[in-house]
Design a binder for this molecule. Sequence first.
Ligand code: HEM
Length: 320
Amino acid sequence: MGVFIGGGAIASSLLVLFLCACTADAQLRPNFYGGRCPNLEGIVRGAMRTAVSSDPRLPASIIRLFFHDCFVNGCDASVLLADTPTFTGEQNAFPNRNSLRGLDVIETIKAAVEAACNATVSCADILALATRDGVVLSGGPTWRVPLGRRDATTASQSAANSNLPGASSSLSVLLNSFANQGLNLRDLVALSGAHTFGLARCVTFRNRIYNDANIDPAFAAARRATCPQAGGAGDPAPLDVTTPNAFDNAYYANLLSRRGLLHSDQELFNNGSADSIVRSYANNGAIFFRDFAASMVKMGNIAPLTGSNGEIRRVCSRVN
Ligand code: HEM
């Protein structure tokens, strides 16, 4: 074809180009299940509403599950697979151990979806929908969730250890970790805005409140009161000191006043390339909401299993 390109060859290469563009763009789509599970979105939303009414922290825990799923070999529900004597999954990787929450709620929602549409909807898609609904229930933006992901039959503890950035990360480490997933600086700053709700354990911010220089002194002192430097586990603290359970842009205002809880949070506003984006989100919640929704769709598109790859799990915590 490189030597002689006749009309037929041009037509067929155009066709190939067209097909490639099509499959790349159209892998996931909001109406993927259509008539095969018409009440899917209502079932997930109703179950989330019930669960959140007794646990306001749940939306934070669920979105974190989604993040920790997507960054480890794609959004394939691998994070939901429990360890067994013969299977090592991701739940005991360092970023996940003793800190994942909401697994039981995803399992409850999955059971409700199975009762309505047997063996049809993946756990990966249920997690994506529950994540969006949790953000909305907490006051955040909404977006249409592209669907059609299938569930992994494997998981990788080592990929979870290497792909998920830690709280002590510098801006360049964060940027690199996001770039590895096809996400840019703006995605990093927007998605970090999920730290507008939820809690972090003392072990994740101890070093910051005792050793960092770019921290508001009164804020550091308040945090030290319940997170001892030595001799105890301490208490978890809100990632957003201003509005701990609400999904809003207060996280960014906190960064402007050097009240980011994690070292990695404050790295986004520390005389670097992310400063101007942080400022714009702090000043304009609508821009943050718009960008956040777009970046969530982008993160949700990371390496999904589609077509005949993977499976539709019956139960999210184990393969069929
Ligand atoms: C930018 C790099 C990130 C780092 C270094 C990071 C780190 C952390 C750490 C250390 C915790 C506390 C975990 C614990 O103490 O158990 C945490 C919690 C949390 N993270 Fe991140 N995170 C990052 C990005 C994200 C992203 C992209 C999202 C979602 C889109 C997210 C959502 C959350 C939420 C909501 C919580 C609170 C969870 C709960 O209360 O159960 N994080 N994160």
